[in-house]
Design a protein around this ligand. Structure first.
Ligand code: FAD
Length: 427
């Protein structure tokens, strides 16, 4: 019937990972209308990291179709025409609200039904909302995940030039949005309860360098106990400030615009009674197979075995979205495909800085150099687990990848005594 379609390969979600699945399926030579994407978003898959970067501050700003997948991974730019030309159905503006995995079909809010032989779940994450806090519905409070959110945030930032922008959360969203707000000409205040920014990766000595840099760029940092407890209104439904508590004392930080970046949760609820979960995500094996036959999960929503470190993990990073997509498609077509062996890689760009990290941030940290060039190492029992470089060259990137893969043994005292970040990379 009109409202019912069926596919051999159905991808649920139209984000970063979905775009790379489409590319891999086309490379395998799928037939016309054998494969489809179903997405809640109104646009074809794109490189999500752009939303907190050039999208917000560049002149002219990055806009679709400029950053559709797979430009970030060095592939074709898959604008909607690409899907049409390659015979992959793009079902946009369709939010899936029912999943019947045994019956092999999913249903959307609008009533459309999509059958499948193989389902690849790529639903990503949703921002954690502070919706239980007082004043959470006030106008002027933003979250950032999708193209539509970023368009609204862009307009708000540009409408509040010269004014305070309150950013709640000191992770990468907070850091990137604070940098964008400063570049646009707003007065950003970065508010978070931890002792320093990027507390999941940075260690105190490293965070100190970035915090000093941020202050120089005009970003005020309210940290170490500054917990957001609610939002103050102006009496007309608009935000007037963020309520914080610091050492038991309450205060209101005034501002009409607030961006919240306090983490994300995997979109796995749809399947919670049908699929095994772990670490909040859909549990998969090294071939991205879930606990139900013919159902796969990739990208942010998947909890997978991190072979190198012999533990389960979930990664909210674009490199994993891309690589898991390609690997899952390989496994779909060839059951002899080896298990996924991922080397964790993170990056961020703020102001004119850019950093990269490879490996595992476990062990004693050692920092060498200063912004604009520094290197850092995480060392456990003399072995390097993780390596970080601010301002890496293309060659450094390859060196870092090799170090994190080989995990060489080093003398911590000798390494700590170095002052040249490049010298330190010659491990
Ligand atoms: P997503 O790209 O989030 O895609 C999920 C898709 O599923 C979306 O289209 C969503 O609408 C759809 N969906 C969900 N539920 C349903 C449903 N029920 N029905 C229909 N559709 C549904 N990573 C980095 O490594 N470096 C960075 O610098 C970086 N910057 C980032 C900046 C921002 C602002 C954000 C939000 C993320 C950033 N990331 C970054 C993380 C990176 O974007 C994610 O890891 C990546 O997008 C994950 O891909 P995914 O396909 O798993 O999920």
């Amino acid at each position: 019937s009109e409202g019912s379609k069926s596919y051999k390969y159905l991808v649920l979600g139209g984000g970063n990972a979905a775009g790379y699945v489409a590319r891999a399926l086309v490379e395998k030579g799928v037939d016309k209308s054998e494969a489809a994407i179903v997405s809640r978003e109104e646009v074809a898959p794109y490189e999500r990291p752009a939303l907190s970067k050039a999208f917000l501050f560049a002149d002219p700003p990055a806009r679709l179709p400029g950053f559709h997948t797979c430009v970030g991974g060095g592939g074709d730019r898959q604008a909607p025409e690409w899907y049409e030309e390659n015979g992959i159905d793009l079902n946009l503006n369709e939010e899936i609200v029912v999943a019947d995995l045994n019956g092999k079909k999913i249903k959307s809010k609008s009533g459309a039904e999509f059958g499948f032989e193989k389902l690849i779940v790529a639903t990503g994450c949703a921002p954690i909302k502070l919706s239980k806090l007082e004043g959470a519905d006030l106008k002027g409070i933003h979250y950032l995940r999708e193209n539509a959110d970023a368009l609204e945030l862009y307009d708000s930032l540009h409408a509040h030039k010269g004014e305070e922008v309150l950013i709640v959360g000191g992770g990468y969203i907070g850091m990137e949005v604070a940098a964008a707000a400063a570049i646009v000409g707003c007065k950003p205040k970065l508010i978070f309860p931890e002792e320093h920014m990027m507390s999941r990766l940075f260690f105190p000595a490293m965070a100190k360098k970035y915090e000093a840099f941020y202050k120089e760029k005009g970003v005020e940092i309210l940290k170490d106990g500054y917990l957001c407890e609610g939002f103050a209104g102006d009496g007309e439904g608009n935000l007037a400030g963020v309520k914080v508590a610091k050492d038991g004392k309450q205060e209101v930080i005034p501002g009409k615009l607030c961006v919240i970046g306090v983490g994300a949760r995997p979109n796995a609820q749809l399947f919670s009674d049908q699929l095994e979960t772990e670490l909040g995500g859909i549990k998969v094996n090294g071939k991205f197979e879930s606990s139900v036959k013919d159902v796969y999960a990739i990208g942010d929503v998947a909890s997978f075995p991190l072979k190198k470190y012999n533990r389960m993990t979930r990664m909210e990073h674009v490199a994993h979205a891309r690589q898991s997509a390609a690997h899952a498609v390989d496994a779909l077509f060839d059951s002899a495909t080896a298990d996924y062996d991922y080397l964790p890689y993170f990056y961020s760009r703020v102001f004119d800085l850019s950093w990269q990290f490879f490996g595992d941030s476990v062990g004693e940290p050692v920092l060498i150099g200063d912004i604009p060039k520094m290197s850092a190492f995480w060392i456990e029992n003399g072995q390097v687990n993780g390596v970080f470089v601010e301002g890496p060259t293309a060659e450094d990137t390859e060196t870092m990848r090799a170090i994190a893969s080989k995990r060489p043994t080093v003398d911590v005292d000798e390494l700590s005594a170095l002052s040249d970040p490049d010298e330190a990379l010659k491990l």
